[in-house]
Design a protein around this ligand. Sequence first.
Ligand code: NAD
Length: 440
Amino acid sequence: MQKLMRGTMPPLEDDELFPSTPGKVKLERALPISRQLQRCFASTSTTFLWALFFIALTASYLSFQTFVDTGSRYFSASWGGIQWEKQVRNSAQFHRSGGMSVLVTGAAGFVGTHVSLALRKRGDGVVGIDNFNNYYDPSLKKARKTLLNGHGVFVVEGDVNDARILAKLFDIVAFSHVMHFAAQAGVRYAMENPHSYVHSNVAGLVNLLEACKSANPQPAFVWASSSSVYGLNDKVPFTESDRTDQPASLYAATKKAGEEITHTYNHIYGLSITGLRFFTVYGPWGRPDMAYFFFTRNILQGKPITIYRGKNRVELARDFTYIDDVVKGCLGALDTAEKSTGSGGKKRGPAPYRIYNLGNTQPETVPTLVRILEKYLKVKAKKNVVDMPGNGDVPFTHANITLARRELGYKPTTDLQTGLKKFVRWYLSYYGYNHGNPVN
Ligand SMILES: NC(=O)c1ccc[n+]([C@@H]2O[C@H](COP(=O)([O-])OP(=O)(O)OC[C@H]3O[C@@H](n4cnc5c(N)ncnc54)[C@H](O)[C@@H]3O)[C@@H](O)[C@H]2O)c1
């Protein structure tokens, strides 16, 4: 500001303030200040300088306002503007009759990318949002974004905790559905960074639901819960009505909290809610923090892998679910979701609240997973078998999918052999054999 003032209004010299007619100088200097000012304003050149001064003052005030404005968007957001709004509108446009406009959160994530692509391919409108955090290699998220861009899906860079960006998106597009994947995933990382779970899985969820409940029309809300909510439940297979009040990790606790929070928004505001409990999803473009992914990397690099075993040397087992099957389950949930009943924050009648398991119903042990990877990678793994530490993992998961089969038409068809073969093919084409930089 100071710079601007100095640049536009140089300090005035005495000679410039007063005419230099000899004999008048003394008298003029003796005039009262008010008279001097009057004279000063009366002179054409000083009026011009004062005008410049006020213009500069206004300009610097406006630029300061813009700075404050941008600053409140976490100083880093790159959203807004006519071009940006056009991209959002185009991306939200559907190209089939009866199509949907879906806001996909966590769109640059593993499941978010696949679901966004599937929606787009069948002609639905999709706008993504992702904060591209560095929980795992952000360059993989950027590569997924590039893939989505290539298919006409625009991914906004932003956090679901940012109420302004959500308000803007809902202002531009009347989303019929929200598909919410943005979350802090991973069970063990919760011991390292517990707050990231509260930030994304609790605060971010509430912020998003606030935006949805206030929207007019309200979208139907479908979101990713997790099989981890079954926690210490040992009744198998896990059924939706089983108890979920014994979480074994903070991650599980925040997902369970999400189920309760979404229930509240369903009850008070008439939001149509569908929660999907995913069971260990794997496949191409997957998550580097998951065992099948980092086992592959270590095996190729000749590094040892650690295999946990449970109490009494029991092998751990997971209901590994292939990504394409999960995508079909997500689309089934969106297609069958009834409309929300409220609008602009007011409930007009009861709305559905649904929860489904999306698993494979064929648990496989971790040593089996490793054997299949060895086969497709054609490399023997160096295994370290150790007792499972008490860090939030559970010994096994097994989904009962009767409900999803009946109500969503969900029917998983990919076994672990087939799914891992596809994953390995993708992994080798993306990273090459030595896990260097991505090769495509
Ligand atoms: N993959 C699985 O096996 C599995 C199992 C159970 C549940 N889930 C749930 O499914 C969803 C998708 O999982 P995924 O495997 O694709 O994980 P992912 O980590 O690949 O995807 C999540 C995405 O959300 C983004 N994100 C996180 N916090 C955000 C925030 N506050 N604002 C905006 N973006 C944010 C991340 O950058 C990431 O790209 C998650 O909710 C996860 O908890 C996944």
